[in-house]
Design a protein around this ligand. Structure first.
Ligand code: KG4
Ligand code: ZN
Length: 340
């Protein structure tokens, strides 16, 4: 079964074709980084206009790279939310038009849940033996932990009460004069540092409290950086980054341990989102957790349409979408049952 995925929630226009939720036939992405860079952030109106300009070319490119014709597609999956509303509307309207013209079923997809399926694609897609699964989306916008009993059964069991984990890396990097995204810069600096050199706060210390928090650590870093001689000497900088990184990632490891105590039946722990690329996180988790840990390929961590198509496949198989197109971007999901 070939699913065409369409993603336009933020600053990447993407289309992809995935076979049976596991095999990526094509996955072209048009990044808008150059358009938004002069403004230091994503400008929603510009993002929507860029999507409008590129979407049709991307879909044609996805078909061409896969060596398929429109007739070879069995269903369309599109990001319905969350995201920038103008940007989402471009993808949703395009997908509805495609569906009406072709008669193909259209599957609306949650972007954050789809990140989990992007990660699964690194391992040839989600398989029955992976479940129950503890899945984390650790990105610049989310620190969500899900208990999943199947590929479409997402139960949110922890999320951040303030900043996201990746966001805290970005903000600390900015305090240190580094560019966005800050995660890779901090990881590189931390490599030569000693994490015990500076005391770090223990966030959400109570072991069984399943919630994340990063704003206290961020404020602690701001005060610490201000108290040091400027420019910060090289070794002190490395020690600071190592201390911050271990505190930020240590919280994830602790909360995974806590979740595994509650759910000993878990078969795999999957980390999705940009922070999953962090090697220190892989090392800390590998040491603390005996369950099978799945770390995806970095290219499948960031926004793409293959993850939309892969999740769409499982929704199609389990929930059978109707031909009702009266839902809208960001509205409640037609597949209420997969939300808990
Ligand atoms: O999932 P993603 O590509 O985009 C969204 O946030 O939607 O995640 C980007 C986030 C940024 O905050 C970035 O700093 C963080 O992931 N990140 C990392 C690393 N690589 C990317 N954080 C820590 N260590 C890394 N190696
Ligand atoms: Zn995303």
């Amino acid at each position: 079964m070939n699913i065409l995925g369409i993603e336009t929630s933020c600053d990447e226009t993407a289309a992809a074709i995935v076979r049976n939720g596991s095999e990526i036939l094509s996955n072209p992405i048009a990044s808008q980084v150059a358009t938004h860079r002069p403004f230091g952030g994503v400008i929603p109106e510009l993002a929507a206009r860029e999507h409008l300009k590129n979407i049709d070319t991307l879909v044609e490119e996805a078909l061409k790279q896969a060596g398929l014709r429109r007739d070879d597609i069995n269903a369309i999956a599109v990001t319905q939310g969350p995201g920038l509303i103008g940007a989402l509307l471009v993808g949703v309207s395009y997908a509805k038009g495609f569906s009406l013209a072709s008669g193909l079923p259209l599957i609306p997809v949650d972007h954050v849940h789809a990140h989990v399926h992007g990660a699964f694609l690194s391992f040839a897609g989600a398989k029955p033996e992976d479940f129950p699964c503890l899945a984390l989306v650790v990105s610049g916008g989310h620190t969500n932990m899900y208990f999943m009993e199947g590929p479409t059964r997402f139960k949110l069991i922890a999320h951040s009460m303030d900043d996201a984990c990746g966001e805290s890396f970005d903000k600390v990097a900015k305090m240190l004069g580094r560019d966005y995204p800050g995660g890779p810069a901090i990881e590189a600096l931390a490599r030569n540092g000693k994490s015990s050199s500076y005391a770090m706060p223990m966030m959400i210390e109570k072991k069984d409290r399943l919630v994340f928090s990063y704003s206290g650590l961020k404020t602690h870093m701001l005060n610490l950086i201000r108290s040091l001689p400027q420019p910060i000497p090289e070794q002190a900088l490395a020690d600071l980054c190592a201390g911050f990184q271990d505190a930020a990632l240590g919280q994830i490891v602790r909360k995974i341990e806590a979740a595994l105590i509650r759910h000993p039946e878990v078969q795999s722990v999957l980390i999705a989102g940009g922070v999953a690329a962090n090697k220190r996180l892989q090392e800390l988790l590998g040491r603390a957790v005996t369950k099978r840990c799945l770390f995806p390929k970095p290219a499948l961590c960031s926004d793409n349409a293959a993850m939309i198509a892969a999740f769409g496949y499982h929704l199609f198989k389990e929930k059978r979408p109707s031909q009702d197109l009266s839902w809208d971007a960001y509205a409640r999901y037609p597949f209420e049952t997969y939300l808990t």
